[in-house]
Design a protein around this ligand. Structure first.
Ligand code: ZN
Length: 80
């Protein structure tokens, strides 16, 4: 029976830690902040070049008739 009690305590501890991590709106300070960077629709949206497929910030992409491009050369190659 001792093992069962310890198992319950361990599982309760794991569950409690997970609950703490799931809810960011807690009073606990010292967040790791790793997942906060890669969010869709962030300040710098990445778009793929229609010619070579490389991803670049939307602000640096060149707008073409068939899509966006990473450089003027790729836009000319793709659209002729
Ligand atoms: Zn390109």
């Amino acid at each position: 029976m001792k093992y069962l009690i310890w198992l319950l305590i361990v599982f309760a501890g794991i569950w409690w830690i997970r609950q703490q991590r799931k809810s960011p709106s807690n009073n606990t300070s010292g967040k790791p902040g790793k997942k906060a960077h890669h969010t869709q629709g962030g300040p710098q949206e990445m778009v793929p070049c229609a010619h070579c497929g490389v991803h670049l910030p939307d602000s640096e992409a060149l707008q073409g008739q068939k899509g966006v491009y990473c450089s003027e050369a790729h836009r000319q190659r793709q659209e002729g």
